[in-house]
Design a protein around this ligand. Structure first.
Ligand code: C2E
Ligand code: MG
Ligand code: MG
Ligand code: MG
Length: 291
């Protein structure tokens, strides 16, 4: 009996492994058609300035509506896009969609806001990335000052390449933010070389900011470092008023999180722009920030 248990467990292990791989291969196969079939779309999450309650920018976040499997999150399919090389066409489509959208909002008379677009590692090794971005800005007629590119610390593996690339991007007039700052186990020395404008404090630090003294210390450290380096800061994942009041007391400039708004479809954001801002101002008024 003892002996018969082992193969069963092995079999179970193997079959669950292979079904995971099969699942991934099927998704990759489907992802090849997702762009052509118009299954990808972009949502936009507002970033709120804490002094005014105004929306200053939005982050573009891609989604995949799979015909059978329903909504698939970017946490699942972006890595598949990376491994398969599909990130190149998909990344370009996201960038173009986001720039077009923000330009359209400008034309519709909304206040001019920035759009932050996530870049992934594979894109940074795309030989014509800078040209591609320049072309997209030209085609969409979006002024480059309204585009922010988000990179992560995992992209600091090749400092020389990144330094050159980021300077070329900066020459276009776009700004650069470091996403998920503090989660990448990388040396901070890249902050000396990279022309960075903004740090985004990861949601994992914000989560227990009121109760965990380590998280509190880390957030304080990031804010003070940003101040000394003259970088802007966006705190991500603000869900509760208590988190917000801590960030206000610590002079954080901008926040993004469900407390103010989830990522929204463009039409919904456009139609509710004023009420999102009014709601933000109400929340801030109660904390005695906005008069
Ligand atoms: P990220 O760039 O750090 O994006 C922030 C994530 O936090 C988004 O998840 C957003 O919906 C979520 N979020 C924002 N506020 C809150 C909050 O208050 N509470 C909670 N629980 N979550 C919040 P999402 O859209 O699922 O994206 C996950 C990750 O997938 C992104 O993390 C980014 O790394 C990647 N991603 C998303 N869109 C794109 C894209 O267009 N291109 C690339 N390359 N990566 C993308
Ligand atoms: Mg991001
Ligand atoms: Mg992030
Ligand atoms: Mg992330």
């Amino acid at each position: 009996h003892e002996a018969s248990k082992v193969p069963t467990r092995l079999l179970f292990y193997e079959s669950s492994m292979s079904s995971e791989i099969t699942e991934k291969l099927m998704l990759e196969n489907d992802l090849h058609h997702a762009l052509d079939n118009q299954e990808l779309f972009v949502e936009y999450q507002p970033q709120i300035n804490l002094q005014t309650g105004y929306i200053t920018s939005v982050e573009a976040l891609v989604r995949w509506r799979h015909p059978e499997k329903g909504l698939i999150s970017p946490g699942v399919f972006i890595p598949i896009a990376e491994e398969s090389g599909l990130i190149i066409p998909i990344g370009q489509w996201i960038l173009e969609t986001a720039c077009k959208q923000v330009k359209q909002w400008q034309r519709a008379g909304l206040p001019s806001i920035k759009v932050a677009v996530n870049l992934s590692l594979g894109q940074l090794f795309q030989y014509d990335l800078v040209r591609m971005i320049q072309d997209v800005l030209q085609r969409t007629e979006l002024e480059s000052q309204y585009l922010q590119l988000e990179i992560t610390e995992s992209m600091t593996i090749n400092i020389d390449h990144m330094t050159t690339m980021l300077h070329q991007l900066k020459d276009l007039g776009v700004t650069i933010a470091v996403d998920d700052f503090g989660t990448g186990y990388s040396s901070l020395s890249y902050l000396k070389d990279f022309p960075i404008d903004c740090l985004k404090i990861d949601r994992s630090f914000i989560h227990r900011i009121q109760t965990d003294s380590t998280d509190k210390a880390l957030v304080d450290m990031i804010l003070s470092m940003a101040k000394h380096l003259r970088l802007k800061v966006v705190a991500e994942g603000i869900e509760e008023v208590e988190q917000l009041s801590y960030l206000i007391a610590s002079h954080c400039e901008t926040v993004q999180g469900y407390l103010f708004s989830k990522p929204l479809l463009p039409i919904f954001l456009q139609e509710n722009y004023d009420s999102i801002q009014r709601n933000a101002q109400n929340i801030l008024e109660k904390l005695n920030v906005v008069e």
